[in-house]
Design a protein around this ligand. Structure first.
Ligand code: NAD
Length: 499
């Protein structure tokens, strides 16, 4: 049985007395590896190593730091097929989607290649007589990232790409459910020229996360995962005096106005609702047809599209999506389907009976569709995170805006319409962080920033783009003058003003 170890100071690391967790193969339901779970001592060791490496890395000029990112990008591209295969085997997403997971992370690395420009400070010449003011963005020191299972390549790269480019040393605590690719990425960073100890991977569960959050030398932590844990991480980290950003769960709505192009909606919706088995924080698990008759027309087109979805082994190139990540997660999704039925939602298409020949023990669930879901149902209020699409009918535009705005989650939302005024009004009013207009999964490009609102994000800084640079650095502002001795200050006891 393969053992996935920590990666500290540029080498595999395993310590006495550590616990292990099983890493499953979602296609077959078998255990394919064990991952070591860090003790507090292992986390402390990684922080110590990172602290030593950070000083020199921070003193390395930004062009040289950027060159490591350029080379890393080249190495990952060269190795993409192998990484995608490994990712797919632990996560269960199909190979083409695993390639997308890596590619979206690499786009943040491309942004990080521009760090000499992005981290440049500001300068005001002659802010006062003979006085100049400049500000610089300095790295924080040792920082950490705690990542979820659903994007094991992209989300670690969102975080360590920008943090390391800014001159920090990084400790990555990836999901214990698909931990292999993060280690491979750290090895490629080393190969790309990153000094040992600047990027370390520590596997683990709550014990490792708490140790990182409590450690006084960890100056900031970025978290992505479910909302209750995001909230917990935010509070515990902030109490320990750290800078924390913590992204949580989601329940994104797709609003379909009566004038929308329904063929386009259905083509987009099946991918957005069921792609990656619905295990995306920017999936569209709720569709809101607006006005009389829109729901019926939508369902007529949706059913054949759902019937055409092929669920299969993640390496089957003709599959649209593969298994969900674990047996536990599969059961949780099935419980939500039961709950929705008991709450009175109308089950139009039941994916629970899907069987994949030769893979009967894999964690497969077929696409599932509910109609007549209402806002008071718990199955609507909570995140299911599976291939389950819920139709919530809205009487008019205002009703649709309030459904998305009043939901506890506010990650993403999309509107389908041909009416520019309605679209603009929607984008202005909706209480959600990322908005798509005729775009189903509005994940912003790497040089913009990613982040939801309400219980989808705790803390106030987004991931990547210039918000990422802000999060991973602190500003120092210098006010300087070089007097020649001829100035006298008659007013030294009064606060200087620019009056
Ligand atoms: P999760 O919350 O179970 O795990 C996330 C991380 O927290 C993992 O590294 C895990 O080891 C750690 N963790 C788990 N239990 C913990 C505990 N009790 N204390 C401290 N740390 C703990 O999330 P997941 O199931 O891996 O990922 C799916 C969730 O992530 C979904 O809710 C999804 O919406 C969300 N997500 C959000 C975004 C976003 O940007 N908003 C992006 C991707 C995923």
């Amino acid at each position: 049985m393969r053992t996935i170890t920590h990666f500290i100071e540029g080498k595999d690391y395993i310590a006495e007395g550590e616990r292990h967790a099983d890493v499953f193969a979602p296609n077959t339901g078998k255990v394919q590896a064990h991952v070591t779970l860090a003790t507090v001592e292992t986390v402390n060791h990684a922080v110590e190593v990172a602290q030593k490496a950070q000083r020199e890395w921070a003193a390395t000029n930004p062009q040289r730091r950027a060159r490591v990112m350029f080379e890393f990008k080249r190495l990952v591209e060269q190795d993409k097929d192998r990484l995608a295969q490994l990712l797919s085997s632990e996560h269960g997403k199909v190979l083409s989607d695993a390639q997308g997971d890596i590619q979206r992370g690499l786009e943040v690395i491309e942004f990080a290649c521009g760090i000499p420009h992005a981290q440049k400070g500001e300068y005001t010449d002659s802010a006062g007589p003979g006085i100049d003011v400049y500000s610089m963005r300095q790295p924080l020191g040792v920082v950490a990232g705690i990542t979820p299972f659903n994007f094991p390549a992209m989300i670690p790269m969102w975080m360590f790409g920008v943090a390391i480019a800014c001159g920090n040393a990084f400790i990555l605590k990836p999901s214990e459910r698909d931990p292999s690719v993060p280690v491979e990425l750290a090895k490629l960073m080393l190969q790309a020229g990153l000094p040992k100890g600047v990027l370390n991977v520590v596997h683990g569960d709550k014990v490792a996360v708490d140790a990182l959050l409590d450690h006084q030398e960890v100056k900031a932590a970025s978290f992505v995962g479910s909302s209750d844990i995001a909230n917990y991480v935010y509070e515990r980290g902030a109490r320990a005096g750290k800078r924390i950003q913590a992204m949580g769960g989601a329940k994104n709505h797709g609003i379909v106005m009566p004038d929308a192009d329904l063929d386009q909606v259905v083509a987009d919706l099946v991918g957005a609702a069921y792609g990656s088995a619905g295990e995306r924080c920017m999936a569209l698990p709720v569709v809101v047809p607006v006005g009389e008759g829109t729901a019926e027309k939508l369902i007529d087109k949706l059913i054949p599209a759902i019937k055409a979805i092929k669920v299969s082994h993640s390496e089957d190139k003709s599959a649209h999506y593969g298994p969900v990540v674990t047996a536990t997660h599969k059961s949780r999704i099935e419980e939500y389907i039961e709950l929705a039925i008991s709450e009175g939602a109308n089950l139009i298409y039941d994916g629970r009976t899907s069987q994949i020949p030769e893979h009967t023990n894999g964690y497969f669930i077929g696409p599932t569709l509910f109609d007549n879901v209402t806002a008071d149902m718990r199955s609507y209020q909570e995140e299911i995170f599976g291939p389950v699409l819920q139709i919530v009918r809205a009487t008019d535009f205002n009703h649709a805006v309030s459904l998305a705005s009043d939901h506890q989650y506010g990650n993403g939302v999309a509107i389908y319409t041909r009416n520019g005024h309605a679209a603009r009004e929607f984008a202005q009013r909706v209480n959600v962080g990322m908005v798509g207009i005729n775009v189903p999964i509005p994940v912003p490009v790497a040089y913009h920033t990613f982040g939801g609102w309400k219980r989808s994000a705790f803390g106030d800084t987004n991931q990547h783009g210039m918000e990422g640079v802000k999060f991973w650095t602190k500003v120092k502002t210098v006010t300087q003058r070089w007097p020649d001795g001829s100035d006298t200050n008659d007013n030294a006891f009064v606060i200087p003003t620019m009056e």
